[in-house]
Design a protein around this ligand. Structure first.
Ligand code: HEM
Length: 559
């Protein structure tokens, strides 16, 4: 009864706006749906009993799977009504631009970001002055010096990852998604926490070594938290201790305290370093601990005059929470992008040759440890491949805003609509990035060359901007991704290390031809979901078996 009443109320609100609307009977934040909704939709589809509506707008990730298609059917803006509220879905560059500009009218939807408050408030879950404090304190780490560390570590980790694949080359590699996560976790630990870990596969370690190894402690706890974030959101750390919960859920609670002690150990190490009078560390943990200590040492007189909201420091809990959110935002996003990149390149062998030509032109030394960071901006074709893959498969998918407690006018296709309070607004990157209006009649064609102008001689080639009115994989404006360059450097470096001398191909299955195998892996990459977690990942990554072989035209090994 309650559901029907809420739905009727929300339907009336949607109707009053005057835009087309679609109705779903289950709220996306219904706890049962959060845990099993997409699986239910997939089951209905397999049994052939899914309605068109269920197929199109009920699963987690439906907007990413529909891309621009649903907007071609229902318009640049339409409303989805459910018992929990109304959601405006937008694909128009002009309207998205307007929304991102009107920062105080359309604010971050904190309800949908609440999941990230695992350790309390942080950069991602605050607004206004409080957000500014978190942003200012953390974003200073993202310097070119730090990007150089990202470049070197990415080359090193890529070498380790390739070595691991070679050791297992007798079988198709079906672990690209997991290996990409190990890769990004290690790069991030080096660049933000000053911890260098070798690329090793945690699955081949013994139980005894796992207990004493803090690379394992960090990777295991963080990936458990990231993959159980919905359970953590629903039950909280304490609630996850309940005896009746499944073991894997209880492990999420344990992972939360393991990750907290890992960060506290890093902070204590940094405090010990500071107590020796040394202040040269520039990584994120060091900067945060230093700022925190400096604040504590301010004379009492000064601290009483400090305006709390303006003070530029963070508490210990806030540091933990921010380090978690950077680890969240910086790991799986990049790991998912890397898995998609490798899959898209496996489906497009001619593009592998296209980037290999560029890589070999600039990097003629076999020793990747000696490759200079100054090469990064020259690898424009590699950057174009990254942009094209993010265009088609974006790990985040939506920029989510809200009107909060006030109504807001919004101009769409020349007409002004009044949005009621508490309208959730989804600016759809997959729709924007594949709309025929911006990308031509074949927007789903994977073609990195679209981002290169003046093709021909490498130094003269021109790379398109990574952000434009209809392309914004790292968002733009006030809340632009602070890790934009970090992830670009990381992904370009790994492409250089892998594709200079190696090529990847899909392993054929059940008598299919090479061409059929390529089409199969490409199509597998397009079907995504985020049931139980926050980012859009391929639903069945293990269905993609890959084989790496040395290039016939390459110059040597990956020493
Ligand atoms: C391919 C990789 C990446 C993509 C596609 C990406 C994309 C984005 C996007 C679209 C946003 C805006 C979200 C919104 O407004 O709702 C964002 C925010 C953010 N990103 Fe990234 N990102 C990537 C990698 C990284 C990395 C490597 C880091 C850090 C090491 C990072 C840290 C953050 C943080 C902390 C925020 C929140 C900023 C704020 O709210 O002020 N990201 N990212």
């Amino acid at each position: 009864v309650w559901t029907a009443q809420s739905l009727a109320h929300n339907r009336a609100k949607a109707k009053a706006i005057g835009l087309p609307y679609l109705v779903r009977w289950i709220s996306p934040i219904n706890p049962f749906w959060l845990l099993w909704g997409s699986s239910y939709v997939r089951l209905c589809r397999r049994l052939g009993i899914a309605t068109e509506n269920l197929t199109r707008i009920y699963s987690y990730g439906w907007e990413a799977n529909e891309r621009a298609r649903i907007h071609v059917d229902y318009g640049n803006a339409f409303v989805v009504v459910h018992p929990g509220g109304i959601q405006l879905c937008i694909s128009s560059a002009e309207v998205i631009y307007d929304i991102l500009q009107r920062r105080s009218d359309f604010r971050r939807n904190m309800e949908e970001f609440g999941v990230l408050n695992v350790y309390g408030k942080n950069l991602s879950t605050t607004d206004d002055q409080e957000w500014q404090r978190h942003r200012k304190m953390t974003a200073v780490t993202f310097t070119e010096k730090n990007n150089e560390v990202v470049w070197q570590q990415s080359l090193l980790q890529a070498k380790g990852m390739l070595g691991y694949w070679m050791q297992h080359s007798a079988e198709p590699i079906r672990s690209t998604h997991q290996d990409s996560k190990t890769f990004t976790l290690n790069v991030l630990a080096a660049a933000l926490f000053n911890k260098v870990y070798p690329f090793d596969d945690s699955r081949i370690k013994t139980v005894e070594s796992k207990e004493v190894d803090n690379s394992y402690q960090y990777r295991r706890s963080l990936s458990t938290i990231l993959s159980s974030i919905i359970q953590i959101f629903i039950f909280g750390e304490q609630g996850l201790r309940a005896w009746w919960l499944p073991k894997s859920w209880k492990e999420a609670g344990i992972a939360m305290s393991t990750f907290r002690s890992y960060i506290l150990d890093l902070m204590n190490e940094e405090r010990a370093y500071l107590s020796q009078g040394k202040t040269d560390h520039q990584h994120l943990v060091a900067r945060l601990v230093r700022a925190c200590e400096e604040e504590e040492q301010q004379p009492a007189k000064e601290s009483t005059t400090t305006n709390d909201s303006k003070k530029m420091t963070l508490t210990e809990e806030e540091i933990i929470s921010n380090l978690f959110v950077y680890a969240f935002a910086g790991n799986d996003t990049t790991a998912i992008a890397l898995t998609n990149l490798i899959t898209h390149l496996a489906a497009n062998p001619e593009t592998q040759e296209w980037i290999a030509d560029e890589i070999n032109f600039y990097l003629d030394n076999d020793d990747s440890n000696s490759w200079s960071y100054s090469t990064f901006p020259k690898l424009k074709r590699c950057a174009a491949v990254v942009m094209e893959t993010l265009r088609i498969c974006h790990p985040l998918s939506q920029l989510v805003k809200t009107t909060n407690a006030t109504s807001q006018p919004l101009k769409i296709d020349g007409k002004t609509y009044m949005l009621p309070p508490e309208t959730s607004i989804h600016c759809s990157l997959p729709a924007l990035h594949t709309h025929p209006r911006y990308w031509g009649s074949d927007p789903m064609a994977w073609n990195p060359q679209r981002f290169i102008d003046n093709a021909g001689s490498f130094p003269e080639e021109i790379l398109a901007a990574d952000t434009s009115e209809h392309f914004m994989p790292w968002a733009w404006g006030q809340r632009v991704c602070p890790g934009k360059r970090f992830s670009q450097v990381e992904l370009v470096a790994v492409l250089a290390a892998l594709f200079r001398d190696w090529r990847v191909e899909p392993v054929r299955e059940r008598g299919e031809t090479v061409e059929e195998a390529r089409i199969r892996v490409w199509e597998a990459s397009l079907v995504v979901d985020h049931e139980g977690h926050m980012l859009h990942e391929m639903v069945d990554p293990e269905a993609v078996g890959l084989r790496w072989r040395r290039s016939k035209t390459g110059r040597g090994g990956t020493r």
